[in-house]
Design a protein around this ligand. Structure first.
Ligand SMILES: [Zn+2]
Length: 349
């Protein structure tokens, strides 16, 4: 038998069609990377985890709630109310609470109470992140330009309430969806009751009178064996805030700081989180590092030409003054800090 011409043509068409189908199937089921000839040389795309939405209105509500309680000076009504509020709020967001209630010695040598509050999620998780802020407020506005104000307590809308407000909004986020890591929120007490401007203590002696809550905690830490790193938030809501890279943080955990500042830049907050080092300060992160948690401080420090030397800085005009009130708060700063910390938290393994 001899195939006629038309049959031959049909056969050729069928073979070509079959070949095309086979080729299409092969291409479809080929691993995606191998379709690129330069697959080995292209940078792998890092997939970022999107945290739940950090709501600025909610954070601002938490900030105002604290200010409305009055100054949070140890032994005051406002302090007591705020401690209870932190505990019940964190419990409502599903945290396990541990408290450290003790007495330490203040700048004058008198006993002063400390109530550190530790709120934990995913306690059994082997990788953890510690986020901290102080919740007390300064008992005197000793840096207020007006002398008659210098013995009055401050609202501490920024110095105290802002850090706590961001932590509380993060607590709400964690309740909404837990990150891969376990979280320890630590609310330090008695950070801001240090020696006043008029004290005659030497700078070295004066230094030790600050951060009394975190000093106590550093000597009696909760289980920090699995904590990867720590972030302290202090004065994170001021108008015209600026977060430079504080020197003590850089020395202790420069990699963490670089990574967090990179996240800030990626989110569009490069003007706020400035990649320039600035002088080191005494804050709770010093004691977090001393306890063994590699920690950074996100703190409003503004480069200053008046301050002497490299990395000279000043805190804003509001610092330890009556002007540290709600009028001094910029919700956009709170939002930026909240989103940056949430991004860091949800992208840690
Ligand atoms: Zn302060």
């Amino acid at each position: 038998m001899v195939a006629n011409g038309s049959m031959k043509r049909n056969k050729i068409v069928a073979i070509v069609l079959l070949a095309l189908i086979v080729l299409w199937v092969v291409v479809q089921f080929m691993p995606k990377g191998s379709q690129k000839t330069n697959a080995a040389t292209t940078t792998p795309e890092v997939k970022m985890v999107e945290p739940p939405l950090f709501k600025v209105d909610s954070a601002m509500h938490f900030l105002r709630s604290q200010v409305e309680m009055g100054p949070r000076v140890p032994l005051s009504k406002g302090h007591n109310a705020c401690g209870e509020w932190i505990v019940s709020k964190c419990k409502s967001y599903g945290a396990e609470i541990t408290e450290q209630n003790t007495k330490v010695t203040d700048w004058e040598g008198n006993a002063t109470p400390v109530r550190n509050i530790i709120a934990q999620w995913g306690k059994d998780k082997k990788s953890r992140v510690m986020l901290a802020a102080h919740w007390d407020t300064r008992w005197v506005a000793d840096k207020d330009p007006k002398k008659e104000n210098q013995k009055k307590p401050i609202d501490g809308a920024n110095d105290g309430a802002s850090g706590v407000a961001v932590l509380m909004e993060l607590a709400r986020l964690i309740h909404e969806r837990q990150p891969e890591v376990g979280v320890d929120l630590v609310f330090f007490d008695n950070e801001d009751q240090g020696a006043p401007e008029w004290s005659t203590l030497s700078p070295q002696e004066s230094n030790k009178t600050w951060c009394l809550g975190s000093q106590y905690w550093a000597n009696n830490p909760h289980d920090i064996a699995n904590v990867r790193y720590g972030i302290l938030l202090d004065m994170v809501g001021g108008k015209n805030a600026r977060f430079n890279m504080e020197a003590t943080s850089m020395a202790a955990a420069g990699d963490v700081m670089g990574w967090v500042w990179n996240q800030a830049n990626r989110l569009g907050y490069g003007a706020l989180f400035v990649k320039e080092e600035i002088g080191g300060i005494t804050d709770d992160h010093v004691y977090m590092n001393q306890a063994g948690v590699r920690s950074i401080d996100i703190v409003d420090m503004r480069p200053s030409t008046i301050a002497m030397g490299m990395g000279g800085f000043e805190f804003g005009h509001f610092h330890h003054a009556l002007s540290d009130n709600l009028e001094n708060i910029d919700p956009q700063v709170i939002e930026a800090v909240g989103k940056v910390v949430a991004t860091a938290l949800y992208n840690t393994k």
